[in-house]
Design a protein. Sequence first.
Length: 75
Amino acid sequence: MNNFSTLMGTGNWLGILSTILFILGFYFTLTFFQSLKSGDVRIIRQNKLAAVISIALGFLIPAIYNLYMINKMMQ
């Protein structure tokens, strides 16, 4: 059990989550560009907001985790 927890630790799961968020951000960015042709303002805003949130979380989650780990190591 210890080897599994070392292999699939929190950092690895956060890396997977971050990658999924970047893929979602890329998807919403592409659908944003596609929805510009249709001219539906509601869908354009939703896609833009979803893309920004996904990409921002993709960057922020690992950064916050790294700050947490540095804080724990300095104690």
